[in-house]
Ligand binder design. Structure first.
Ligand code: FAD
Length: 476
């Protein structure tokens, strides 16, 4: 009889270019996939309906991939620390394989699963798959410490050799009917819909779920927009970024495959300019890795500000201002356009994420953690390390050495949405106004009133001064 192996999927909902899965396959072809809808995560109050929808769509595709290979993806709902050892024990499996994650909760959960398996004399094997370089591979030359600043991290990171795409799985052996009945008795479920889980999302998703769509998107991007990425990535009215973030979040595409696509794009051109554009996109991949390394080594980042002076910062935390920001009704057109894009699509352009984060923290003087949570409640790509990193960067509370970074919404709009195209799309009630009004935000009160658009809820200059004064006080 062939020994059964379980591969526990978490944020690697694919069968290709998957290190842990490929290692498991080398051990036995009687391999079954398992996904547990983790009740500890589903019960949190920062879950975005768009994200749940995308994840479930990806799981549906993953089930089909397993069927095609001749095996099954088993779905359970509950506490992985109880479910994984119970199923492994009942199926008498040899070993449970999975890929590691950097989040504090995942690290603790995995430790408990490992221990529970050990108690039942079941082996577990874990791998680093979601990063080109695992935490600990990129350390400072001087002290072997984790980097706290991005630029030197990037310089070290880019020099290191990147792994090749992992070999594909060809054929798997299925569980017997008797084994299937065993897992049914343990609570095997059909894949629920988002509605079954209490989330409703009817708008189109940024990216179609599943490996095929993610690969197509990667190919499309690396054949086209990657060559002009550096020049256009900051223009929210233009479709110039990869829109692969949900695929990265759930591991729908292998990171080695992504890297390979950038290398091929680089080789396909002789233009130095085009190559610079490609390298700028590679730098974004490195930002993702940088924030994951930071969270792995400094898990306290998830709990609050990294810099001491921000631990007691006297935030205003005005609830009405926060509500206006959430709804895109601040009277600052670029901020409102971005928040409405988020609310309506579950995604926001990166430039706009920086603008609204600066506005919340520096203009409304509201604790960045409120914004961090709101983003998690809405984003299809909501990811602890990238989101926390982005918010701490914008709030100036993180590891970034620059003391204060304050964005002026008007200058940002003038520079990055010069024709007001993005603003017109998302704030239609003011779309007929002059571009100058839209980008400067200086809309005559009567005109704003007749469009049903609010007056600015705060004055940027005054708030900027106020923020700086408070910052000076806490620093001293
Ligand atoms: P592209 O421009 O095509 O970039 C490719 C990939 O690189 C992205 O998909 C992403 O995985 C990674 N990446 C790019 N920029 C960053 C960055 N600054 N930090 C980390 N990774 C990056 N990204 C998330 O994936 N999840 C989040 O929850 C998230 N929250 C953010 C919050 C704030 C306040 C800010 C300023 C940024 C946040 N980002 C987050 C980073 C960035 O905005 C998104 O990754 C990007 O907009 C996704 O679009 P894209 O896939 O088209 O990106």
């Amino acid at each position: 009889m062939t020994n059964i192996i379980i591969f526990w999927h978490r944020r690697d909902l694919r069968v290709s270019d998957n290190i842990g899965l490929s290692q498991a396959y080398q051990k036995s072809s009687k391999l079954v996939g398992l996904f547990c809808l983790d009740s500890n995560l589903l019960n949190r109050d920062d879950i975005a309906p768009a994200r749940v929808n995308y994840m479930l769509g990806c799981l549906q595709h993953l089930q089909k991939s397993y069927q095609k290979l001749g095996s099954q993806l088993l779905i359970f709902q509950g506490e992985p620390t109880k479910i994984i050892p119970k199923v492994a024990d009942a199926l008498n499996v040899d070993c449970v394989f999975w890929n590691n994650d950097v989040e504090p909760y995942s690290k603790e959960r995995d430790k408990q699963v490992k221990e529970a398996l050990e108690e039942k004399s079941i082996q577990s094997k874990t791998y680093w798959d979601q990063l080109l370089h695992a935490p600990g591979e990129i350390l400072t030359k001087s002290n072997n410490d984790p980097y706290k600043v991005y630029t030197p991290f990037w310089r070290s990171w880019v020099k290191e050799e990147k792994a090749d795409i992992v070999e594909s799985i060809e054929k798997l052996e299925s569980l017997s009917d008797e084994e299937i009945n065993t897992v049914k008795d343990l609570g095997l479920i059909d894949l629920p819909t988002a509605k079954d889980l209490g989330y409703s999302w009817d708008a189109p998703l940024l990216l179609e779920p599943g490996e095929t769509a993610a690969k197509e998107q990667l190919n499309y991007f690396s054949d086209n927009a990657i060559y002009s990425y550096q020049e256009q990535r900051n223009l929210p009215a233009i479709d110039a970024t990869s829109k692969l973030s949900p695929a990265f979040k759930f591991g729908i595409i292998g990171i080695r495959e992504v890297w390979q696509a950038t290398v091929e794009a680089y080789e396909n051109t002789r233009s130095d300019e085009a190559r610079e554009n490609i390298q700028t996109w590679q730098q974004e991949i490195a930002w993702r890795e940088f924030y994951q390394h930071c969270l792995y080594f400094f898990p306290e980042l998830a709990e609050g500000p990294y810099r001491d002076e921000f631990k007691e910062f006297p935030w205003d935390n005005n609830e009405q201002h926060f509500q206006a920001w959430c709804e895109g009704k601040t009277g600052y057109p670029i901020v409102d356009a971005a928040m409405r894009q988020l609310n309506e699509t579950g995604w926001m352009h990166n430039r706009c994420r920086m603008i609204v984060a600066s506005f919340l923290t520096k203009d409304l003087i509201i604790n960045w953690q409120w914004g961090e949570k709101y983003f998690m409640q809405k984003l299809i790509d909501g990811d602890l390390s990238a989101n926390n990193g982005g918010w701490q960067w914008s709030a100036s509370s993180g590891m970034d050495p620059k003391p204060l970074r304050i964005f002026n919404p008007a200058s940002q709009a003038q520079k990055y949405d010069p024709d007001g195209e993005y603003i017109r799309l998302w704030v239609p009630e003011i779309s007929s106004l002059d571009t100058e009004c839209l980008v400067t935000g200086k809309i005559p009160p009567l005109e704003a009133h007749s469009c049903g658009y609010p007056q600015p809820i705060v004055d940027h200059k005054q708030q900027q001064r106020e923020f700086k004064e408070r910052y000076k006080r806490i620093k001293n």
